[in-house]
Ligand binder design. Structure first.
Ligand SMILES: [Zn+2]
Length: 451
């Protein structure tokens, strides 16, 4: 095997653009990069030398590696806010994050946006991967999200200190906003993230109002952009979406209650929306479905989001997929292409449009690497997947990494050996004595667990 890996892979080329696939295509890679893409019959003589390993299996499709627009590599599949913010030492979280990053890559996700970290773990995981120490996707990283008392992350009672393990930082004044952005840029984030609204998982009144004023969003957008960083926001409510989009934020996460005004600002300021519905959809499905009264709030948000985001898509606002992997309803390595299915089934995209959204379209979230990933095109990184079947016909195939023959990152096949299973440590917990009440039933003469 020569030092410089070189491959010719034949199959249906779905290149990440909205252009028609090439049915009998071929792609040549050399070193880290793509060298040539086109009709297999037109493969240049220079790519026919024995230096190239040829992969030619019937009925295969070749796509750019997937991009997940919303993960949390440091969250460790936490089961609750308490488990995330209070428990598990930072050192152990970091090692776990590296272990989990490999699972993300093995699902065909060659790049991902980390949308809020605990401590500065995501930056370190990003750099450890980039420096060649561990296998994982290319990461773009936002820091801890900037929240007010009305935003997601300030979820513990007043009177206790804001926990250092929380994936947010509490902002008390306009000066704090500027200071925190400069502080995080020094810690080498790729993006600033603001917690613009609360969340149905935390509070019943998450869907109204906004955690910051329009003027404050402007301060954030201007300062983040002045320092060359992207600007992103967790915004479920109508007001948070409209104000952040108007202030010039680059990425709106969720946008469940976006209205005409928000859509208009997204179009004017070229914002991309990452809905990240798998968390809600999975949380509902895992706990008895929409029939469970406890899920009514989640279901209301999903129903509204499907209508509102369908309108945004129709109006031309770009959407990119996110999985929210890092919380226990969306374990790493399993749900990264779930939102592509939602785009097709619920938001009116064709499979090809969904693939575009999850590849070339999602490069809008990456300043670094953005022009080097997401498309099968000469000169870009050879990050690609080879699949048995045609996801342009059946988008669900992308949720089955076992059907992927190959995953390439930087021109080299990814080791598909899954990480060995591990035990959960006692400090990875949320401290609940008993989920219910062990009441004494006098007739039965014994205890009965009642929730
Ligand atoms: Zn998230």
């Amino acid at each position: 095997m020569p030092d410089t890996p070189a491959y010719v892979i034949k199959g249906k080329i779905i290149d990440g653009t909205l252009g028609p696939p090439i049915a009998n295509g071929a792609i040549a890679t050399r070193g880290e990069r793509i060298e040539w893409v086109g009709e297999a019959s037109a493969l240049p003589e220079s790519c026919r030398s024995p230096d190239y390993e040829v992969i030619d299996l019937p009925g295969r499709s070749i796509l750019p590696g997937l991009i997940d627009g919303h993960i949390h590599i440091s969250f460790g599949e936490a089961r609750s806010e308490e488990e995330l913010a209070l428990y598990t030492p930072v050192e152990f979280r970091t090692l776990k994050a590296v272990w989990n990053a490999r699972k993300v890559l093995q699902a065909g996700v060659t790049s991902a946006f980390d949308a809020a970290t605990t401590y500065n773990i995501a930056q370190s995981v990003r750099d450890a991967i980039d420096s060649g120490m561990f296998e994982g996707p290319r990461l773009a990283v936002s820091g801890r999200q900037l929240t007010s008392h009305q935003g997601l992350e300030d979820s513990f009672p007043n009177g206790m200190e804001f926990p250092p393990g929380q994936a947010g930082v509490l902002i008390r004044s306009k000066d704090d906003l500027i200071e925190q952005i400069r502080y995080q840029v020094k810690d080498n984030v790729d993006a600033i993230k603001v917690s613009g609204s609360n969340d149905s998982f935390i509070t019943p009144d998450s869907l109204d109002g906004s955690a910051f004023t329009y003027e404050e969003y402007r301060i954030v957008a201007d300062e983040a952009h002045r320092l060359g960083r992207m600007c992103t926001v967790h915004a479920r409510s109508r007001d948070a979406v409209a104000d952040a989009a108007r202030a010039g934020f680059d990425v709106i996460f969720h946008a469940s209650f976006i209205d005409e005004e928000g859509i208009d600002w997204c179009l004017r300021n070229q914002c991309v929306i990452v809905p990240t519905l798998p968390l809600l959809v999975n949380a509902i499905a895992a706990t008895g479905g929409s029939g469970n009264p406890a899920n009514a709030g989640f279901q209301r948000e999903v129903d509204a989001a499907i209508v509102n985001l369908g309108r945004a898509h129709q109006a031309g606002v770009p959407l990119a997929p996110g999985s929210e992997s890092g919380w226990s309803p969306v374990p790493y390595g399993q749900w990264h292409a779930r939102e592509l299915q939602i785009f097709v089934d619920d938001l009116g995209m064709s499979p090809l449009q969904a693939i575009h959204a999850g590849t070339l379209g999602a490069t809008r979230l990456f300043k670094r690497f953005g022009a080097d990933i997401g498309r099968l095109e000469p000169g870009r990184y050879a990050d690609l997947i080879v699949i048995d079947g045609d996801p342009g016909e059946d988008i669900a195939l992308l949720q089955k990494p076992s059907r992927f023959d190959w995953i390439f990152k930087s021109g080299r096949p990814v080791d598909r050996t899954p990480p060995a299973p591990r035990r959960r440590m006692h400090y990875e917990r949320h401290k609940m004595f008993l989920d219910g009440f062990y009441q004494y039933d006098e007739d039965e003469g014994r205890g009965v667990l009642r929730r």
